[in-house]
Ligand binder design. Structure first.
Ligand SMILES: NC(=O)c1ccc[n+]([C@@H]2O[C@H](COP(=O)([O-])OP(=O)(O)OC[C@H]3O[C@@H](n4cnc5c(N)ncnc54)[C@H](O)[C@@H]3O)[C@@H](O)[C@H]2O)c1
Length: 378
């Protein structure tokens, strides 16, 4: 195979962005040959614009039956990610599933089974994994350079959306349409990075507040406290209602403190001696108890650029053609979703949630939210 022939299922805001990469020749060895959208207005808009450049389908099954398509994007609203992704793998297509992998973990198991029984390339669109800053922080955490972690705090309040965004209506910000709010729409990126950098916590406790800043039925503000097997803790604070917000990750560890606050660099205040060793030696030497380890400030600006969505697509093309290692292997998508579901479950039941979460209970409580809502379908 010389090039990968793609189809996009769901050509709304995000699907159109991927379409643009192909028509502007921004990807190597990839060609878009078909698009699918169930909205006839969307299809006819593209048909008028691109004519015979693509084949046009109004349902995903017909696109998946097209033998001249090698790989598909699933870029529909989230509820359809799991069923269409399963159908894609079963029909022998390589797959890029947009975030989140699904809405609730109960049915993601079926997708993981389909992936296990398939030799197709399956990637999640977890595009923030291409950010050199997060890659470097992950390397530093995993290599042991930071020593034992004590705590991280991620304040992620730069997902600001005004009421106008929510007034666009449709599937967004409804239990029936997307099954959650900020957690499932904006935060999958953060949740994936948390899993990717720090691993999965053992348990979490959370408060998610619905309609705190906007007239919506789902959450737009969350506070999460996580405990990890290795003894460190994590806190995530996020909202779509603060401006100016911040995107600040602070990691406290034996070797000092690492602070990222947006941009292409971060600070590492590196202790010259690990804090526990310093504390022990102060005790042995009858120190005053008020001294602290000396530290040196390093400003770390990792090389490389954030290739984002294009980087993930190119990686998938290279994986199909040459076996390149995936940046965001598809089955890992369940971890971000487990975190998202756990945050809601903790808040809904006012209890600490252990991993793995009770997927049946989550699904049942979500159905109750949908039934209690005036919006039953979108
Ligand atoms: N990775 C990212 O950075 C990123 C950014 C934005 C959106 N997304 C994800 O992309 C998905 C779509 O978001 P959007 O903003 O493009 O939404 P959108 O509403 O603009 O587009 C969705 C499109 O899918 C079509 N559609 C719905 N169900 C379909 C079906 N079963 N078969 C075929 N077409 C169908 C709709 O008609 C619509 O045109 C969401 O899951 C969202 O989380 C990812």
């Amino acid at each position: 195979m010389q090039e990968v022939r793609f189809g996009i299922i769901g050509v709304g805001i995000q699907g159109s962005k991927y379409l643009g990469f192909f028509v502007n020749h921004e990807l190597k060895n990839g060609r878009l040959v078909a698009i699918c959208d169930r909205d006839p207005k969307v299809l006819s808009k593209f048909q008028k614009q691109y004519g015979g450049l693509f084949r046009y389908y109004s349902d995903s099954d017909s696109l998946l039956a097209d033998p001249e398509i090698d790989a598909v994007f699933v870029t529909t609203p989230h509820y359809d990610h799991v069923p269409i992704s399963i159908a894609a793998l079963k029909s022998g297509k390589h797959l890029i599933c947009d975030k989140p992998i699904g809405v609730y973990t109960k049915n993601v198991g079926e997708l993981l089974e389909a992936a296990e029984g398939s030799d197709r390339v399956f990637s999640m669109m977890h595009n923030q994994r291409t950010n050199p800053v997060f890659r470097k922080i992950r390397d530093m955490v995993h290599s042991g350079e930071l020593g034992a972690l004590k705590r991280y705090v991620w304040i992620c309040t730069d997902w600001y959306r005004s009421q106008a965004y929510y007034n666009l209506g449709g599937w967004r910000a409804t239990w029936a349409g997307e099954g959650s709010g900020m957690l499932i729409n904006q935060c999958p990126h953060n949740m994936d990075l948390l899993y990717w950098i720090f691993g999965m916590p053992e348990r979490l406790w959370a408060k998610s507040i619905c309609g705190k800043y906007h007239q919506i039925e789902v959450e737009d503000d969350v506070s999460v406290f996580m405990e990890y097997e290795k003894g460190f803790t994590g806190t995530l604070l996020a909202s779509t209602g603060e401006s100016p917000g911040t995107n600040r990750l602070e990691v406290s560890c034996d070797m000092g403190r690492l602070v990222y606050e947006g941009g292409d660099s971060f600070i590492f205040d590196e202790n010259v001696i690990a804090e526990p060793a310093f504390s022990r030696s102060e005790a042995e030497n009858h120190g005053t108890g008020f001294d602290r380890p000396a530290c040196n400030r390093r400003v770390i600006r990792p090389e490389g650029e954030e290739t984002a969505h294009k980087g993930i697509i190119q990686n998938v093309i290279n994986a199909i053609l040459n076996g390149e290692k995936l940046i965001a292997p598809g089955p890992e998508g369940i971890n971000a979703l487990s975190l998202i579901n756990a945050v809601n479950l903790s808040s809904w039941t006012d209890s600490t949630i252990e991993f793995p979460i009770d997927a049946d209970l989550y699904w049942k409580l979500l159905q109750e939210k949908i039934e209690a809502s005036p919006i039953k379908s979108v």
